[in-house]
Ligand binder design. Structure first.
Ligand code: PLP
Length: 411
């Protein structure tokens, strides 16, 4: 996302335009999949832990114990939201770190017992899964199978079944995709893995960073051994994530030091962030159905309007089993990078969900995996809605899109 941000900056400065005038116009944020604002109640819960309760949770004195008690409460709340034990929750600095800990941590433990390990994942995972997997392949000799997805964007449980080997140590399949919002059949995949009763146990990890606001998170029902969450995708703070690690799942730490987080992630706990994380998760679980219903109504309206008003536009990825707040739209022939900048100039924030190399948007590996051509992948925009999105916002965006889209069509 930040690379798309810098892409916009490059464009804006190349075109000699100043962004400061944006301050005077109503801005519309349709990039909730990139990050969400911190909820007011969440912020309120965090504030005392900056300068009132500021002790180090590892200190024995009362200042330290007050901070420790806040971390303990946050861990208990997080565990309650996932239906697991407190000791099964590790707070991290991000979902990226949690994904790294899950993948590299499980792989390193397996490599202590045998020389060759196999991992199964998919072609539509986030970079914070794909990059550690690439590291494990290159530096640790792991063999990784990247499963294809259907044109709708789904991993087939039977493909997982066929890919499982005698030496498979880990399966990592995301819960909901960050670009096209498709929801993977996690419980079905878990059943397939459980039925595979070979010499070595296969652990199952899911990256649920995009799922927290809208999908059930009970780990027992999902059947996962490890699950990643991110604070800033669910109206909590940035720079905090969590990894659920089912009791009995061997995970080697990546960060060594004072032994915090049950020895799995050393470093003094970020107390306000951890408190904010738990408050955000608790809030997300309590308001899940309401938030999903609201987002879905907006999304359906947006898709209906855009496909009716702009010829040839279509939704990328399946409409069924999709996050209620995601609409990834193909504007055939349009240059998505230029469209993003033009929308930004109008005060509208959207994303392409793909990386940027200097001024061009790189081809999205997710859109390629669901079968889009390079050209169509570069003509697609991700609109993601959230708690503060209104129908009036969408009407304003639709009017501007109708106006701009023609201008950025490349014939
Ligand atoms: N996983 C998915 C599916 C994501 O969408 C993101 C963020 O975009 C991440 C992981 C990384 O989250 P964080 O920003 O907390 O590192």
């Amino acid at each position: 996302m930040s690379r798309v941000g810098s892409c916009i900056t490059v464009y804006a400065s190349r075109h000699g335009k100043l962004l400061s005038f944006l301050a005077f116009m109503k801005r519309i944020y349709l990039d909730y999949a990139a990050s969400t604002p911190v909820d007011e109640e969440v912020l309120k819960a965090m504030l005392p832990y900056f300068s009132e309760t500021y002790g180090n949770p590892s200190s024995v004195h009362a200042f330290g114990q007050d901070a420790q008690s806040a971390v303990d409460t946050a861990r208990a709340k997080t565990a309650a939201a996932l239906g697991c034990l407190s000791q099964e929750i590790i707070f991290t600095g991000s979902a990226t770190e949690a994904n790294n800990l899950a993948l590299i941590g499980v792989a390193e433990e397996a490599l202590k017992k045998r020389k060759n390990i196999h991992i199964i994942s998919s072609r539509v995972e986030h970079e914070s899964v794909l990059e550690p997997l690439s590291y494990l392949e290159k530096e640790r000799g792991a063999s990784v199978t990247y499963l294809p997805v259907t044109s709708g964007g789904f991993v087939r449980p039977e493909d997982v079944q066929n890919a499982l080997r005698e030496d498979t140590a880990l399966v990592s399949i995301m819960y909901a995709n960050n670009e096209v919002g498709t929801i993977q059949p996690i419980a079905e995949i878990a059943n397939v893995i459980r039925a595979h009763n070979k010499k070595f146990r296969v652990f199952f990890h899911t990256d649920a960073a995009q799922a927290a606001s809208y999908l059930p998170l009970a780990v027992a029902q999902l059947g996962v051994d490890l699950m990643t969450l991110s604070g800033h995708k669910m109206y909590g703070p940035k720079g905090v994530g969590a990894l659920y690690i089912k009791k009995g799942t061997p995970v080697a730490p990546l960060v060594h030091g004072g032994g915090q987080e049950y020895g799995k992630r050393s470093g003094t706990e970020n107390v306000p962030a951890v408190v904010g994380f738990a408050a955000a998760l608790e809030r997300a679980v309590a308001h899940r159905e309401e938030a999903a219903g609201q987002a879905e109504a907006l999304r359906n309206y947006f898709i209906a309007q855009i496909t009716a008003r702009i010829p040839d536009t279509r939704l990328n990825g399946s409409r069924e089993n999709r996050l209620p707040n995601n609409a990834n739209i193909l504007f055939p022939g349009a240059n998505a990078a230029e469209l993003i900048v033009a929308l930004d100039m109008e005060g509208i924030a959207v994303s392409a969900g793909s990386a940027c190399q200097s001024k061009a948007l790189a081809e999205s590996h997710v859109l390629s995996a669901i079968g889009l051509s390079k050209k169509d992948a570069k003509s697609s925009l991700r609109f993601s809605f959230g708690n503060y999105t209104t129908k009036e916002d969408l009407d304003a965006v639709l009017d501007i899109l109708v106006k701009l889209e023609k201008k950025f069509r490349v014939k």
